[in-house]
Design a protein around this ligand. Sequence first.
Ligand SMILES: Cc1cc2nc3c(=O)[nH]c(=O)nc-3n(C[C@H](O)[C@H](O)[C@H](O)COP(=O)(O)O)c2cc1C
Length: 328
Amino acid sequence: MSRPVPTVFDQAFAAAVRAPSPHNTQPWRFVVEGDVIEVWLDRERVLPVADPHRREARLACGAAAFNLFISLRANDLAVVVRTLPDPAEPDLVAVLRLDGNRKAVQAERRLAEAVFRRHTNRRPFLDKEVPPGVRTAVKSAALAEGGQVEYLDASGRYSPVASLVRQAESLQEDDLAFRTETAFWTHRPPGSPDGVPRTADGPPPDHHGVVTLRASHENAALPAREYEQQPLLAVVLTRDRGAHAEVRAGMAMQRVLLTATAEGLAASFLSQPFETPWTRDALDRLFTGLGQPHTLLRIGYGYPTRLTARRAVADVLTHRVRPDVPAG
Ligand SMILES: Cc1cc2nc3c(=O)[nH]c(=O)nc-3n(C[C@H](O)[C@H](O)[C@H](O)COP(=O)(O)O)c2cc1C
């Protein structure tokens, strides 16, 4: 097998770091050894208040692993992905091994291109329905990674989930530790390579609709605007639960987001109900029989907003030289 030229790896890591992460914490690091890439969860970048069990960090690392995978595939490389391969190393989230050459299909190239356009859009979306064919494409994306997408309008769960979003938001607003953590990551100095900048926030809503985005992501300097009345809400689920399922859910979530981007859709997250124990349990119960819910997405048509910054690849990448292989 011919070794990949460095630029293929450069592209793959540039793609990996474009993954979404809670408050843009970027809780990952990568190790390359020969033809193997390891994705590690970086515990120093996990949110201790919102994410004490590292659930959201594993989703983010799963998304980064998917970006690596799709970027390598778009360069005609065959890739074998193993998630959480070593029980003794719970922070080793995924291992990708190059396995020869295999021509990419057009759909894979399309997803790889979408990596550099995808972003979280917290602004109002248009009151325009997502057509059935596009909804199906997004659902198929989750299935391709062993996940599942459920549209809440199709399942009678819309009102109960929207209510849990509001209740969790209110609990978090009353929680000083939560507010302090959020403020730390959302009031970063300009030019910061992590955290959520003001430019990524949305205008305040002119009145509160069924679903609320996080109040901490409202930019009060912008004039109030009307948000869509009933956005399309989609939950990403897996059959199983636990750490392994969370990594797979992160990969499925990323394929869903990239498919949505390629289809011209915008998306944002509503993670509040996953972050307080009471609402998380209530969510789990709502989906009993269907699977384990991992993330809630608002999907629709919107005008693109600006991309947020990332740390440099050099800050998150280490090369490990095999002891039996002479360096250089
Ligand atoms: C697991 C997870 C949960 C997230 N939860 C929220 C959320 O509740 N509200 C929100 O506005 N953004 C949320 N985000 C989006 C991140 O803030 C966003 O990915 C990050 O700031 C990087 O920006 P980008 O997605 O535009 O690249 C979440 C992202 C992930 C991966």
